[in-house]
Write a protein that binds this ligand. Structure first.
Ligand code: PGA
Length: 248
């Protein structure tokens, strides 16, 4: 399995910030892991052109489940594929929370991504209240069951475990807690998808930094990371990529 570091720029970045993407391109002429950068939709086309034939790959941060239609402000999976991007994040907790996105909707978005040949990076994660109530594995199981299409395979799907309370806070779960959830996700996917899930990459996300990446990557069944804040600059992102490369 080729491990993966994905960077989620969220609502950050104008064309001037593509200089950071250029720096990432130059820093990784032949990376030992897969790299995906998910800039805002306004930069997808230019980012995909800038990285054509090189790492990183480019992904979007969301898509509408329909291919086209009267959906003001949305972008569809075929439109994302048309930019040259090859992946899309679906079900990020910021969208589950802010836009009340349900597992059914995320399932439809992931299916739309697959239909357009995009890798769906499906996010799951518990809130702090759910963790404190001992509901973490129940919540993750429900989100996985509801949001993962039956056609998910290791080539068209990535799961990102992102505890909501660890995103952008500087807090991370203990390594045992991360391991418990990643083992659970691996067992869940294997029971549901059988051999198609064997090499399906399970990323950890939430306050991954150059300082904690190596210890997180040493946890079994952690196949990489989904990185927010630290993906905005090459200076922070490259050490995280190098930490994953060093796990071989
Ligand atoms: P963070 O965000 O690395 O800034 O915590 C992670 C994410 O939301 O994907």
């Amino acid at each position: 399995m080729r491990k993966l570091v994905a960077g989620n720029w969220k609502m950050n970045g104008t064309r001037a910030d593509l200089s950071e993407l250029q720096a990432i391109v130059q820093a990784h002429p032949a990376p030992g892991v897969d790299i995906v950068i998910c800039p805002p939709a306004t930069l997808l086309f230019q980012a995909a052109q800038m990285t054509a034939g090189h790492a990183p790959d480019i992904g979007a941060q969301d898509c509408h489940p329909a291919a086209s239609g009267a959906h003001t402000g949305d972008i569809s999976a075929p439109m994302i594929a048309d930019t040259g991007a090859t992946a899309v994040i679906v079900g990020h907790s910021e969208r589950r929370e802010t836009y009340n996105e349900t597992n059914d909707l995320i399932h439809a978005k992931a299916s739309a991504a697959h239909a357009s040949g995009l890798i769906a990076i499906i996010c799951v994660g518990e809130t702090l209240a759910e963790r404190d109530a001992g509901q973490t594995l129940q919540v993750i199981g429900d989100q996985l069951a509801g949001s993962t299409p039956d056609g998910a395979t290791s080539t068209n799907t990535v799961i990102a475990y992102e505890p909501v309370w660890a995103i952008g806070t500087g807090k991370i779960p203990t390594l045992d807690q991360i391991g418990e959830v990643h083992d659970f996700i691996r067992e869940f996917l294997t029971a549901r998808l059988e051999s198609a899930a064997l090499d399906l990459r399970i990323l950890y996300g939430g306050s991954v930094k150059p300082t904690n990446a190596a210890e997180i990557f040493a946890v079994p069944n952690v196949d990489g990371a989904l990185v927010g804040g630290a993906s905005l600059s090459n200076a922070d992102f490259t050490p995280i990529i190098k930490a994953l490369e060093a796990t071989f």
